[in-house]
Write a protein that binds this ligand. Structure first.
Ligand SMILES: NC(=O)c1ccc[n+]([C@@H]2O[C@H](COP(=O)([O-])OP(=O)(O)OC[C@H]3O[C@@H](n4cnc5c(N)ncnc54)[C@H](O)[C@@H]3O)[C@@H](O)[C@H]2O)c1
Length: 502
């Protein structure tokens, strides 16, 4: 049998009075779905599958949700600087937002009742070690690195919000082992990418970028040969997910025929049609656009054989991930005029900062690409719009708030995704157990023994690797019993982090 790990959070002693931290301020218990009444982003998520719904359920289910409070023992958190001092926590959940995260997101979190500190800059590891232990949640973008050392030091951290797409800047496994959920916003910029692709389809078919750069060089070159309308042409979308499906709708409104290839059967939007093979799509489409993730199956999915299958004079667009396309093979296909043009927004290696740097250091094919006509190259800007930034702020702030207030981990990247129907105003003696524990045998038996005298109204548990997360709503719990339940669960062998919401 493995040795129980040291429990990181201190347990209460009999003399400690329970401390309640009131969250949230929203009286209906409903996460406000937008920053302001005038915000253009009025729904919880911008992803097509999730808009207007929450964890697959209607928002209506939350209409009479009860405001929950977190039970935290008086010693929580007992990081060394504050031991023995009068409670400095003042009953507030504290959130630190770094790297100039949208002020609207900060305001949203403030309105939700949290104490929010906002900084325009990224923090170094030392700054994080000095300051982050005072916070329960942190919002970052890509520059602040949340390392294992930082996580170990921040004993009261509950959640990390990455207000961006990537999460490489966080030690995800260590965060999960400490019960800290990490959220990001992978789909908030789908619309921005889809719109860029539409602009590229037209720009390629009219050789727009070449004409515009000729004019800058003082050359008047009025041509119509090999310039086309997009109406009636066939767009082949590879990967019909968040971006691919949005694009499908936009392209049809331009009069294009849309076919798509995806590894899973997906219901078509409008009059689009799913085809069975990539080969079929490549042989049929005038424009091929890639919207797949970068996974082993998709790395190099467009190579010499695939370019040869494309129609003569067709166009390729890659706004997905750099390694999906074999760029030397693309250069061959363009140099031989088999393809009439291409748009590339993503590269296998990209410069770390703005400025000169798009050079052969990133690959010896780069100088070849830079010379090719009707090749539109952009610096990974597919999702870079003001609207996407705002949507990211909205989505991540909502995710943080839902996790802190209700224990919902839907959307967490490092953590089992668990959610429960809301506790309603009628359920006055219900409490919610949020129990992060090591994924090992016998845990449910131990929990059921602790809760044996109560009715478990609903519970859901899931695991991801070594970490599991159980949410359970228990009825008929008196205020005086909360501490006892907390102590018993917090003292279980597999405990990582216990929170009770009531
Ligand atoms: N250029 C940018 O700035 C930018 C911005 C956002 C997203 N992206 C990238 O765009 C891509 C698509 O993003 P999304 O949000 O639409 O993803 P998504 O997960 O919603 O959709 C991806 C789709 O690809 C399908 N797929 C997976 N493997 C496949 C294969 N081998 N063949 C065909 N289909 C396959 C999946 O089934 C899914 O339907 C991702 O690579 C993402 O990283 C780029």
């Amino acid at each position: 049998m493995s040795q129980p790990q040291k429990i990181r959070r201190p347990s209460v002693t009999a003399s400690d009075p329970p401390t309640t931290i009131p969250i949230p301020s929203n009286p209906r218990g409903l996460v406000e779905s937008a920053f302001s009444a005038t915000s253009p982003t009025q729904h919880l998520s911008t992803s097509p599958g999730a808009a207007g719904s929450f964890g697959g359920r209607s928002l209506k289910a939350f209409g009479s949700a009860r405001q929950l409070h977190a039970f935290l023992p008086a010693t929580f958190p007992a990081f060394p600087e504050e031991e023995g001092t009068a409670t400095p926590r003042a009953g507030k959940i504290k959130i630190l937002l770094l790297e100039n995260i949208s002020l609207e997101a900060a305001q949203f979190l403030k309105n939700a009742g949290y104490e929010v500190d906002h900084s325009t800059k990224a923090f170094s590891e030392q700054e994080l070690l000095d300051k982050l232990p005072a916070y329960h949640a942190v919002g970052i973008r890509s520059k602040t690195k949340i390392t294992a050392k930082v996580i170990e030091k921040c004993t009261q951290l509950l959640a990390i919000g990455c207000f961006c797409i990537g999460t490489n800047q966080v030690d995800l496994a260590t965060a999960a082992k400490h019960g800290i959920a990490v959220f990001n916003s992978p789909f908030s910029n789908s619309r921005s990418v889809a719109e860029l692709v539409i602009s590229e389809i037209i720009a390629l078919s009219r050789q727009l970028v070449d004409r515009a750069s000729e004019m800058r060089a003082g050359i008047w070159n009025k041509v119509s040969k090999a310039c086309w309308e997009v109406r009636g042409k066939t767009l082949g979308i590879v990967g019909y997910g968040h971006i691919g499906s949005q694009l499908s709708v936009l392209a049809e409104s331009f009069g294009m025929n849309v076919i798509y290839y995806d590894v899973v059967p997906i219901m078509p939007l409008g009059t689009a049609r799913q085809v069975d093979t990539l080969e079929h799509l490549l042989q049929t489409a005038d424009f091929v656009t890639l919207h797949v993730p970068e996974i082993p199956d998709t790395i190099g999915m467009m190579g010499p054989a695939e370019f040869a299958q494309m129609k003569e004079g067709a166009f390729l667009i890659n706004n997905a991930r750099g390694k999906v396309v074999d760029l030397p093979a693309l250069a061959d296909a363009l140099e031989s005029r088999h393809l009439a043009g291409a748009a590339v927004d993503v590269f296998p290696k990209e410069p770390g900062s703005n400025g000169p740097g798009f050079s052969e250091d990133l690959g010896d094919f780069i100088p070849r690409l830079r010379k090719l006509p009707n090749l539109i190259m952009t610096p990974h800007i597919g999702g870079s719009t003001e609207e996407a930034q705002r949507a990211i702020g909205n989505e991540v702030a909502n995710a943080l708030s839902r996790f802190l207030n209700y224990g919902t981990s839907i959307g967490a990247v490092n953590f089992p995704e668990v959610d429960l129907r809301a506790i309603t105003a009628d359920d006055s003696r219900h409490i919610r157990v949020c129990y992060v524990h090591r994924n090992e045998p016998g845990v449910l038996r131990a929990i059921n023994a602790i809760l044996a005298n109560h009715n478990i109204e609903k519970q859901f548990s899931d695991s991801k690797g070594d970490v599991a997360y159980l949410m359970a709503d228990i009825s008929g719990v008196g205020h005086e019993e909360v501490r006892e339940i907390y102590e018993a669960i917090n003292g279980t062998r597999a405990n990582i982090l216990t929170r009770l919401l009531y």
